[in-house]
Design a protein around this ligand. Structure first.
Ligand SMILES: Nc1nc2c(ncn2[C@@H]2O[C@H](COP(=O)(O)OP(=O)(O)OP(=O)(O)O)[C@@H](O)[C@H]2O)c(=O)[nH]1
Ligand SMILES: [Mg+2]
Length: 471
């Protein structure tokens, strides 16, 4: 037996050597995390990225493609049997059908594997055969990342923080009043607990709709299969000093702790800890449109998200990652096709300023970060019209609400990002100089040449930053 096992090992190492001689590189796997808050554009991004990596006619900024080294790309079964597959075919079908429409909202983790056959570059390239690079794309809600901050907080601290924040948000004061009126030293009454959790969820939903980004705990807005379970039936309550066992306050505290250990930790363990590269999609235009408070909330949220990638940010995470870290993080403003290209530089500057602030705030040192303005699927064309003797750089597209074609001027972004970020930080309630409008466009009908993927803006640059060095 022992001899058999030994010979086995020996033959294996000999064949390993031959393998190494013929193909000095084994397959490379890149695990790309795609995240962003609800409606940020994750599904459209992944769909368009995959379609544009399969048909690479519009990917000239991806260096390996430009050098003609990507020989083929194909979808493969993903390596994780328990994670739902990203429904690429259906989402692409929605975007490219005869009456194109945006894909449905997705509310859980999903994954897809795309493999690329690439001819290596550099000195030895002539001697080597093509390599296979597996790109595992993992889609998960950004709301779940924000829950990391809960791990370090007691129920009491979290409660007072959320009650203060809620006081400043639409519908928030109503909930705060309800929470303050509650005698939480009384024994738990499940109906009351549920009423409080429901009122809190409703306040979070209103805040979300008003453009606020940080609406924790993340699963309250995206409960999935946990809907109605005790781990989601809690709410912040004002501290009450010493509280008896079995009181409402104690039970809420217990559920808060259960949420951390049963919901937050498993997510970081099973999904987050394995990511190599990350793109965070940000609806910056949406936040600008929603006003200074929403923009400031976005600024803080970006820092909170970045904290999750900061080595040593959290004791649990440090133990979990054991020194492994995400190598690159791209913060991308999505839906830039809402702006004429003459404004894209300004949007990029705003994203850069937001990213820089987030890095400073999160005291971030670690992965390489970059900011970019892009559109995963270009839904508009550009048009300059004369209005009241002035030239306006507009975008033109099919309005989602009416199905009619319209040209649209969203407003001029300032050249200096601090003209937006300053008032936002100082708590202004409206923009002084002008309003920023936003229109919902339907995806355009596509007539693509063979070999071309769906039209986009700077998707190829995003791909170059995220994977270029590995191709
Ligand atoms: N014009 C334009 N709109 C976009 C683009 N990407 C996303 N959108 C819009 O943003 C909406 C949300 O996009 P999704 O990709 O579904 O966003 P998501 O992050 O997956 O959203 P959830 O699954 O609900 O969390 C779409 O329905 C479109 O209206 C884009 O590149 N251009
Ligand atoms: Mg989605």
């Amino acid at each position: 037996m022992v001899i058999g096992a030994l010979t086995d090992t020996l033959t294996r190492s000999v064949s390993d050597v031959t393998e190494t001689l013929t193909s000095p590189f084994t397959d490379t796997t890149i695990r790309l995390g795609v995240t962003g808050l609800a409606r940020a554009g994750k599904t459209v991004f992944i769909t368009s990225l995959v379609a544009n990596l399969l048909d690479r006619g519009r990917m000239s900024q991806l260096v390996a493609q430009n050098e003609g080294r990507i020989l083929s790309a194909y979808l493969q079964p993903q390596p994780d049997d328990t994670i739902p597959r990203f429904d690429y075919e259906n989402h692409l079908g929605a975007l490219t059908s005869r009456t194109p429409h945006w894909p449905d909202s997705t509310r859980a983790v999903s994954e897809l594997r795309l493999s690329l056959k690439v001819q290596p570059s550099g000195m030895l390239s002539g001697f080597q055969g093509p390599r296979t690079i597996h790109l595992d794309i993992v889609d998960y809600p950004g709301e779940w990342l924000l829950d990391l901050s809960l791990l370090d907080k007691s129920y009491e601290d979290w409660s007072s923080e959320m009650l203060t924040r809620m006081g400043l948000r639409p519908d928030g004061p109503e909930f705060v009043e309800m929470a303050q009126a509650e005698d939480s030293t009384e024994p738990l009454d499940e109906t009351r607990a549920r009423a409080l959790a429901e009122a809190y969820t409703k306040a979070l939903q209103t805040a979300r709709a008003a453009g606020f980004s940080d609406c924790s705990p993340g699963r309250f807005l995206l409960p999935g299969e946990l809907a109605g379970s005790p781990v989601l039936t809690f709410a912040p309550l004002p501290p009450k000093g010493t509280v008896p066992r079995k009181s409402l306050w104690r039970e809420m505290e217990r559920r808060f702790e259960a949420y951390k250990s049963r919901v937050v930790k498993p997510f970081f363990r099973d999904h987050f800890s394995r990511i190599d590269r990350q793109i965070v999609l940000v609806d910056a235009l949406g936040a600008i449109h929603a006003g200074p408070r929403a923009l400031d909330d976005l600024r803080q949220t970006m820092a909170d998200i970045l904290t999750a990638y900061r080595p040593g940010a959290n004791a649990f995470l440090t133990r979990l990652l054991l020194g492994k870290r995400v190598e690159k993080i791209l913060f991308a403003a999505t839906k830039s096709d809402h702006l004429h290209h003459s404004q894209h530089g300004r949007l990029t500057a705003i994203m850069e300023a937001l990213t820089r602030e987030a890095r400073d705030r999160a005291r971030f040192a670690g992965a390489e970060t970059q900011a970019l303005a892009m559109a995963s699927l270009r839904a508009t064309t550009e048009q300059t019209i004369t209005h009241g003797g002035k030239e306006l750089d507009c975008v033109r597209g099919t309005l989602l609400e009416t199905g009619k074609q319209a040209a649209f001027f969203p407003g001029n972004l300032p050249e200096d990002p601090s003209h937006l970020l300053g008032p936002a930080r100082d708590g202004a309630t409206g923009w002084l100089e002008q309003d920023y409008k936003i229109m919902n466009f339907a995806p355009a009908q596509l007539s693509t040449k063979p070999g071309d993927g769906p039209p986009h803006i700077r998707l190829d640059r995003a791909a170059q930053f995220l994977l270029g060095d590995k191709l």
